[in-house]
Design a protein around this ligand. Structure first.
Ligand code: GLU
Length: 310
């Protein structure tokens, strides 16, 4: 494959330091891109202003550098992309594919839960605001039918988004554009061809495929890597108090990531250089070896690295 035919990316939310779980997504997407001669871009997903932590984006970038995860082109920050999001929302609205919604959280109480724990939207404002209703948010009028894709790791995935999720939010009541809209527009603008990320986002993907179809955007190839689970079986995250990755032994941490992803790093790689790890991966990376699982426990053999809680 020629350089330029594959464009991958890593798109962290700046909510805290990179932990072992987010490093898996970063390195997995980087290696898949580089092993196929592709580009790899970085986007800081600070669209959710209230959840973004000042300085966390820069901290993530410094951590990527420490692990030799060198990106192509400028880093994109979502807060600079608001005009593009607004333009797309206006386009959808002009085609009747987005509509204002007056529902408050209270109005949605009692609706059945979607797989991700959010309320399935009843469509209350689909045909117009209720009398006296004030537009708070904007929703996507989800087309009927199934939206599916063939995930390069997890296999076929499909969902009736209209029934199982309902019309989802594009612009939130607090004025922030929603992740679902931002991610498809940003990936398209960057020419992303391959989205390699954690399987926690698998539930969002049919929504994104539906949006891509309605916006006339090219659907990338998706590969969802297993997420890292702690000893309690919870996904590593800020909420589960996952520690920041240890920067003192980067080659050894990267070797752990390789092992987690089902690759077979030789003994000795862990005690070498970061450069040597990446060189080994260029020759040996095999996406088909990544376990076809949505989550996997991982116990770090290295003291202090990986999963130990603070
Ligand atoms: N910003 C999202 C996260 O950190 C990832 C988005 C994506 O890779 O599509 O969970």
């Amino acid at each position: 494959m020629n350089r330029g035919e594959y464009v991958g990316r890593f798109a962290p939310s700046p909510t805290g330091p990179l932990h072992f779980g987010s490093l898996v997504a970063a390195a997995g997407s980087f290696w898949d891109a580089r092993a196929r001669g592709g580009q790899w871009r970085v986007r800081i997903e600070d669209v959710d202003g209230p959840r973004s932590v000042p300085g966390a984006g820069d901290g993530i970038l410094r951590t990527l550098e420490a692990f030799g995860l060198e990106w192509d082109g400028p880093v994109v920050w979502q807060h600079q992309r608001t005009d593009a999001y607004r333009g797309a929302l206006e386009e959808l609205a002009s085609q009747g594919m987005a509509y204002p919604c007056a529902c408050s959280r209270k109005d949605l109480e009692g609706a059945p839960l979607a797989r991700d724990g959010a309320r399935i939207y009843s469509g209350r404002c689909r045909d117009g605001l209720p009398p006296g209703g004030r537009p708070r948010a904007w929703r996507f009028r989800v087309p009927t039918g199934l939206f599916g894709f063939l995930d390069a790791v997890q296999g076929p995935v499909r969902e009736n988004v209209e029934k199982e999720v309902g019309d989802f939010i594009l612009l939130r009541a607090d004025g922030c554009f929603a992740y679902q809209l931002a991610v498809v527009l940003d990936d398209a603008a960057a020419g992303v061809t391959h989205v390699v990320r954690g399987a926690d986002l698998l539930e969002s993907t049919p929504r994104q495929v539906a949006l891509q179809a309605s916006l006339g955007l090219v659907e990338p190839i998706f590969a969802h890597l297993p997420v890292v689970l702690n000893e309690q079986g919870e996904k590593l995250s800020k909420q589960t108090r996952a520690p920041a990755v240890d920067l003192r032994q980067p080659a050894s941490v990267l070797t752990e990531v390789l092992a987690f992803l089902g690759q077979k790093p030789p003994a000795g790689l862990a005690s070498g250089t970061v450069k040597a790890v990446h060189e080994w991966v260029l020759e040996h990376w095999a996406l088909e070896r990544v376990p076809r699982q949505r989550g996997l426990p991982w116990q770090s053999p290295i003291s202090g690295v990986g999963l130990r809680s603070r």
